[in-house]
Every structure is written in structure tokens, then in C-alpha cells.
Design a protein around this ligand. Structure first.
Ligand code: ADP
Length: 539
């Protein structure tokens, strides 16, 4: 055997911040905060404060293998913890505040965290849950000294703790396969499941996601992450940004259209990202006010299917390119990304847009894809055959946290629970989640495709399609519409809009006008809709 003769330093997350604090020392990080004025500093300052935060946590007894939970928004303080905690060899569990109380408790107890750091407006939640948090010993409010309220949990002030510490630290050398982040899936079925990201997975994912063939970052970019840091590490933007020297703007908890627009314009944002619901609010705001999105050039959208109408409006009206991504907590989360290819460009811009807007994305180096039929046999990549989507690669899950059996097969394939087609060029299109697919008379109806068409109907804000029991066809589609404020729509209007756009047998059996419930990660909560309307076609 001839061994390679190159160096093998472990891939460590802290090296990203160390690099940025030198190579992009003066590049800015801007952060909105709860009840505090907007804060600004540089990568160099941020690295110093991450060291102070690590020294403070060490003093509280945090070290190798320990778990620390955060219940926090997208702020510079949460960003500091993204580096300080893993750099100690500890694991940061980013608790999701949008989960139900019992699920938040479950995840913090399951993580066995001993410290909980939280933003000020979570104090009532923390006080309410504290008696059930069996392992947490120290509560820290991510706030300055004067605004910290100890409350029933005797919370310490983050800023007071940091002020006492030196910015000198000898970061330990860690095994790159050590756990760094513990992210739970939102658990729409059963208990949330923990996915434990390693340093190696996070660093490789961050290097890949900034590439020109992915998010395409450079040092002139200004990022505004609306993907929550508590959900799959904010899609890795807190790592891909510093690697590429991007300015980062953290929006804290303000996600209304006016607040988004203010940051985009005032901070010169070139790139933003978040789930479709955020961009629905944003577009409806700027459409109402007649404003334009400043220097914004690219928006990455994922988590649920991007309505075609959204991508089209962004591009045609505002000159902003939408990059749809598909991924999941189990893939760190980037899986595929919809970027153009020279082959598509040959067919002209309209055809290229069409191809890109109607697919989740194209395969990326680092994530292998395949689709299989019910017997596990590979299906062809013809853009027609659909089957269970399986993935594997260095940032794909092997096993859930504290489970005995692997979630992936012996050769690494992980079943995503999604149903998809893949075409010859590696473009993947999700047609459904396995449990959401509508089985009508032995044929499948794609709830996502129907939603995509219905949401383009004038006056519609959110369209949700679920399969509900039907006496003859087993299941039939039911369409729930949440109209834009002040819009009057009838079932006949919606059906007339759908009719020329869908095959006959996809016609929803009923259209209901109601507000659409969303999950903790901003997706349509189909479980709730299915049970609410279970007897709509039979009862
Ligand atoms: P949770 O399951 O906790 O809501 P995840 O981020 O892990 O959060 O969800 C992953 C799932 O979200 C995928 O398996 C897929 O069903 C869905 N998803 C993600 N991105 C897209 C997309 N662009 N189009 C359609 N579905 C998507």
C-alpha cells in the first residue's frame, strides 16, 4: 500500500472563525437584538468574544462531551455560541422554540444539557419549563447586565459572564468526527429525533455550500439568514459566510415584511434565505408599498416546495434569482440546489427558468442520490418514474442520537421519506412526502404539484392539499385555501382556475377556505389538516 503523504489536520469548526478573523478581520457582523439596539462588530471581535464565551462556559464546568442547549434567535450572540461550544469539544443543542412545550422539554432532557442559554423574550417559556428540565443546572440570559432579569431560574447575564473573561484561549485539538451540533427534527410523527452533526460534516458542508455552483458566495456578499439558527444550523450559513468573508446581518426575531425590507435596504443585503412563508410575507409587503429589494440578488428558499409564482415574481419583477434547495435536518441540511447549466441555457432563458422553477434542484458533489421502487430496485433517471428518494455522503446521517440501530443502510443509503423523480441531468423533483401522497383509486396524486398550481390563483396566500378518506376512491384531494387579507374567493373561482391546468382526476373534491396551520419549521401541518377534515368527504 502506498499511503498518501499529505497532512491530516482534523476539520474543526473553530478554524472557520479563526480564518475569518484574520483573512476578513474587518468584515462586519450586524445583529438585531431583543430589547437592545442593533449591534455591530467585526469577525476579529467575534473571534475574541467566542473565546471569552468558551472561557465562561469552561468556568461553569463545560468541557469535552458535554451538552449545552440554546433557545435563541438569529443574533451575533447565538453565532458566538456556534463556535465557542463545539470548540470546547462540547455539543450545542439548538432547541426549537416553535415546538410544543413537551417537545422542547423532551429534546433538552434527551440531550442531557447542563446549561441553557436563552433570549430574553423566552424567559416565560423557560420559567414554565424549568421544573421539568432534569439536567439543566445553569440558565444564562443572552442579554446585557442591565437588561437581564434573573426570573424564577436565577438566570445569569451572558454579557456579565463574558466581561470577566480573557480572550486568550488555547483551543483543544479535536477529533473531526466528534459531535458538534445536536439538531432535532420537528417530530410531526412521534418524538423529535436528534441528528448529531460532526465537525467534519459541518466543515465539508460549509465548504461545498459556498461554491459558485451552489450559493456562489464571495467577499462582497452581504448575507441575511432568515433560516433559523435553531433549525439545522441555519442551513450552515453561519459557517459558509465566514469562509467566504461575507458580511452577515442577523435579524433576531423580526420576520415581518417591513423589518425584512429595512435590513435588506439599509445593510446592502445581496443574499438571503428562508422558508417560503417568509418570502410570501416579504413579497406581499413590497408589492403593497411599491418598494424594491435594494441590492438583493439571490434568495435561497427551501424547507417546502417553492411556488413557481414566487420564483417568477422575484425574477421578472425584481431581478432577484431564486435558488431552490431541498434538504433535511438529516443532511446538515443541504441536499440539492437548483442552479442553471449550459445545457439548459441552450434552450433559451425562458425554458431554463421553467426547468429550474419546477424542480427542487440538481445533485451536488457530496450528496449522492437515488430513487427506488417499493422493492428497493433502482429506478431510471428519466424525470418520469418516481420513487423513494435515498441519499448518502459525508454530511448525511448514519444514526439518530441515542438510538441503537443505524438509520442508514450498511452501504450508507438513507431513506429520506420523500418521493421524487430524477432526470438525466441530475435534477430532482419532489412529488410528495411519503406520508402526504394521495392515493386515489390506486393512482398517486402529488399534493405538492396541486398546491403549486393552486397558490398561483389570484387572491390565494397559502394552498394546502391533503388526501382524505373517500368511500369509492380510497382517498381524494381536499384543497384548503387561505386567501390574502381582504380577498373574496369562491370555490367556483378556484376550480375554474385549476381546470385548464390539471388533469381531470386531480380535481380537488372540495375547496375549503380557512387559515392553514404551520409546523414548528414553517411547513403546512398536514397532520392537523388530515385529522380536522377526516370526514369532509364521507360524513
Ligand atoms: P422537519 O421535518 O423537522 O420539518 P426538515 O428540515 O428536516 O424539518 O424537513 C425536511 C423535509 O422538508 C424534506 O424531507 C422534504 O419533505 C421537505 N422539503 C425540504 N425542502 C423542500 C423543497 N424544496 N421542496 C419540497 N419539500 C422540501
Amino acid at each position: 500500500m502506498t499511503a498518501g503523504l499529505m497532512q491530516t489536520p482534523p476539520l474543526q469548526i473553530i478554524d472557520i472563525l479563526k480564518f475569518a478573523s484574520t483573512a476578513h478581520a474587518r468584515r462586519e457582523i450586524v445583529s438585531r437584538l431583543v430589547e437592545e439596539p442593533t449591534f455591530r462588530y467585526t469577525y476579529a471581535d467575534s473571534a475574541r468574544r467566542a473565546a471569552q464565551a468558551a472561557n465562561a462556559l469552561k468556568r461553569l464546568g463545560i468541557g469535552h462531551g458535554d451538552r449545552v442547549s440554546s433557545l435563541a434567535w438569529n443574533t451575533h450572540r447565538h453565532f458566538e455560541l456556534f463556535y465557542a461550544v463545539p470548540a470546547l469539544g462540547a455539543v450545542l443543542h439548538t432547541a426549537n422554540p416553535r415546538l410544543f412545550d413537551e417537545q422542547i422539554v423532551y429534546t433538552i432532557n434527551h440531550a442531557e444539557s447542563t446549561v441553557l442559554l436563552f433570549d430574553k423574550n423566552f424567559l416565560p417559556v423557560v420559567e414554565r419549563l424549568a421544573p421539568q428540565l432534569t439536567t439543566v443546572k445553569t440558565f444564562i440570559m443572552l442579554s446585557d447586565e442591565q437588561r437581564t432579569v434573573p426570573g424564577a431560574v436565577n438566570a445569569l447575564s451572558y454579557e456579565t459572564l463574558l466581561a470577566k473573561e480573557s480572550a486568550d484561549i488555547a483551543w483543544p485539538t479535536l477529533d473531526e468526527n466528534l459531535g458538534a451540533f445536536l439538531c432535532y427534527t420537528s417530530g410531526t410523527t412521534g418524538d423529535p429525533k436528534g441528528v448529531l452533526y460532526s465537525h467534519r460534516a459541518v466543515v465539508l458542508h460549509a465548504m461545498a455550500s459556498g461554491l459558485a455552483s451552489a450559493f456562489g458566495f464571495d467577499a462582497f456578499d452581504v448575507l441575511l439568514p432568515y433560516a433559523n439558527l435553531y433549525h439545522a444550523t441555519g442551513w450552515g450559513l453561519p459557517f459558509a459566510g465566514p469562509i467566504n468573508g461575507c458580511k452577515i446581518v442577523f435579524p433576531c426575531d423580526k420576520t415581518d415584511g417591513a423589518s425584512i425590507q429595512e435590513l435588506i435596504v439599509n445593510e446592502g443585503v445581496t443574499f438571503s434565505g428562508g422558508v417560503p412563508t417568509i418570502w410570501t410575507m416579504y413579497l406581499s409587503h413590497i408589492e403593497k408599498t411599491g418598494e424594491t429589494p435594494g441590492k438583493l440578488k439571490r434568495v435561497v428558499i427551501g424547507g417546502s416546495a417553492v411556488p413557481r409564482a414566487m420564483a417568477e415574481t422575484f425574477k421578472k419583477k425584481y431581478g432577484v434569482r431564486v435558488l431552490q434547495i431541498w434538504g433535511m435536518t438529516e443532511t446538515c441540511p443541504l441536499g440539492v440546489i437548483a442552479t442553471p447549466t449550459p445545457e439548459l441555457a441552450e434552450a433559451g432563458e425562458d425554458a431554463m427558468d421553467e426547468a429550474i422553477w419546477t424542480r427542487q434542484g440538481r445533485m451536488q458533489f457530496g450528496i449522492e442520490l437515488k430513487i427506488v421502487d417499493e422493492d428497493g430496485k433502482d429506478l431510471p433517471w428519466d424525470g418520469e418514474n418516481s420513487g423513494a428518494l435515498l441519499v448518502r455522503g459525508p454530511w448525511t446521517i448514519r444514526r439518530y442520537f441515542r438510538k441503537d440501530a443505524d438509520a442508514a443502510s450498511a452501504d450508507g443509503w438513507f431513506d429520506t421519506g420523500d418521493i421524487a423523480t430524477i432526470d438525466a441531468a441530475g435534477f430532482m423533483r419532489i412529488t410528495d412526502r411519503k406520508k402526504d401522497v394521495i392515493k386515489s383509486g390506486g393512482e398517486w396524486i402529488s399534493s405538492i404539484d396541486l398546491e403549486n398550481i393552486a397558490v398561483a390563483c389570484p387572491g390565494v396566500k397559502i394552498a394546502a392539499v391533503v388526501g382524505v378518506p373517500h368511500p369509492k376512491w380510497e382517498e381524494r384531494p381536499l384543497l384548503v385555501i387561505e386567501p390574502h387579507e381582504g380577498q373574496q374567493l369562491t370555490e367556483a373561482d378556484v376550480q375554474a382556475f385549476l381546470e385548464p391546468r390539471i388533469v381531470k382526476w386531480w380535481k380537488p373534491d372540495k375547496v375549503i377556505f380557512a387559515s392553514v396551520p404551520l409546523t414548528a419549521t414553517g411547513k403546512i401541518d398536514k397532520k392537523v389538516l388530515r385529522s380536522r377534515y377526516a370526514t369532509a368527504l364521507t360524513g
